[in-house]
Design a binder for this molecule. Structure first.
Ligand code: GRG
Length: 294
C-alpha cells in the first residue's frame, strides 16, 4: 500500500470509529448530540489522529492506538467549535460547513464543545482499562496539553494579542501552545502506546519532533490563510488579517514564513529519524503536511 492509500484508509477508519463512539443523533438531548456530530463528522484532515497512528507504528505494539487517536480528535474538534464562537474568532464556516453555532445556536455550540472534552477522557479510560498505568499516562498527557498552560493558554494569549504587535517571543508562545501542543501530544500518545514507549530519551526526541512539526504546521496555516480561497480551505480565508492577528506572514513576510515552515519540518524529520523504527510513513506525512493545500 502506498502513502496515499494508507492515509485514506486511516482517515476512513477514524471517520467510521468516531461515528461509533458518539451517542446517536436521536439520543436525548438530540440537539446536543446532533451538534457534536455536525462538527465531528464534518470531515477535516484528521491529522492529529493520523499522527497518533503513525507514531505508534514506529515501534508498534499489541496495544490499539485508535482510541487515543479518537480522543485527541474530540479535543481538537471541541477547540475548533469554541474558537469559532462569536466571543472568539466569530467564524461562519468550518470544514466546509456552517460552524456549530451557525448550524445550531451559540449555547448549543458551547455545550457541544464542552461535551466533547469528557468524551475524550471517557474513551481513553474505557479503552485502556486493562492497563491502568498506561490509561493514567495518556490522560495526563492529554489533560495537560488541553489545559491553561498549553491549548487554552495559547488561545487566551492569542486573544489578548489581537490588534497589537506581539514580540516574536509572544508569537512563539501562542503557536507553541495553541497549535503545536496538540500536534506534539498526538506524537507522544502514539509513541507511548508503542513497544518503546517507556524509553525516556526517545520520548524526549518525539516531544521535540512534535514541537517542530507543530510550529511548521502553524507557519503553513498562516501561509494558506493568505494564499488560498475560502472555498479551498472550507473555512474563512484572510481571517487572520481581518481579525487583526499577527501571524508569521505579517511578522516576517511570505518568503520567510515559507522558509520557517520548511526549516521546522526539516527539524521534525531529523528528530524522527533519530528516534528510529518504522518511520517511512511518518516521514512522508511530514512532507505531505508541509505541502498541504487545505
Ligand atoms: C478555543 C481552547 C480553544 C483553542 C482554539 C484550534 C484553535 C485553538 C484555534 C483554531 C484557529 C487556528 C486556525 C489555529 C491554527 C492551527 C489549527 C489548530 C488549525 C486547525 O486545524 P486543522 O487544519 O483543521 O488540522 P481540520 O479541520 O483539518 O481538523
Amino acid at each position: 500500500m502506498n502513502f496515499t492509500q494508507k492515509l485514506y484508509q486511516w482517515q476512513d477508519l477514524i471517520n467510521q470509529s468516531l461515528d461509533q463512539c458518539l451517542p446517536g443523533p436521536e439520543v436525548r438531548p438530540a440537539q446536543l448530540h446532533q451538534a457534536m456530530r455536525h462538527s465531528l463528522q464534518a470531515g477535516g484532515k484528521r491529522l492529529r489522529p493520523i499522527l497518533v497512528l503513525a507514531a505508534h507504528e514506529l515501534f508498534s505494539s499489541t496495544r490499539d492506538p485508535l482510541p487515543a487517536a479518537l480522543a485527541i480528535e474530540c479535543i481538537h474538534t471541541y477547540s475548533l467549535i469554541h474558537d469559532d464562537l462569536p466571543a472568539m474568532d466569530d467564524s461562519d464556516l468550518r470544514r466546509g460547513l456552517p460552524t456549530c453555532h451557525k448550524a445550531f445556536d451559540e449555547a448549543t455550540a458551547i455545550l457541544a464543545g464542552d461535551a466533547l472534552q469528557p468524551l475524550a477522557f471517557e474513551i481513553i479510560s474505557r479503552s485502556y482499562s486493562n492497563e491502568p498505568s498506561i490509561a493514567l499516562e495518556l490522560v495526563s498527557i492529554l489533560s495537560r496539553t488541553a489545559g491553561s498552560q498549553r491549548l487554552v493558554g495559547g488561545q487566551m494569549q492569542d486573544l489578548l494579542s489581537e490588534g497589537m504587535t506581539p514580540s516574536e517571543e509572544a508569537l512563539l508562545f501562542i503557536h507553541a501552545n495553541k497549535t503545536a501542543a496538540m500536534i506534539q501530544a498526538s506524537l507522544l500518545l502514539g509513541f507511548r502506546l508503542g513497544s518503546m514507549g517507556e524509553d525516556a530519551d526517545k520520548l524526549q526526541l518525539m516531544a521535540q519532533a512534535g514541537e517542530s512539526l507543530g510550529l511548521a504546521f502553524q507557519a503553513v496555516d498562516d501561509l494558506l490563510d493568505v494564499t488560498r480561497s475560502t472555498e479551498d480551505l472550507g473555512k474563512d480565508a484572510s481571517h487572520d488579517e481581518a481579525s487583526g492577528k499577527v501571524t508569521w506572514v505579517t511578522h516576517v513576510g511570505l518568503e520567510k514564513a515559507q522558509a520557517l515552515a520548511s526549516d521546522h519540518t526539516d527539524n521534525a524529520a531529523r528528530f524522527v529519524k533519530e528516534v528510529g523504527g518504522g518511520n517511512s510513513f511518518l516521514l512522508e506525512l511530514l512532507s505531505h503536511m508541509l505541502k498541504r493545500e487545505t
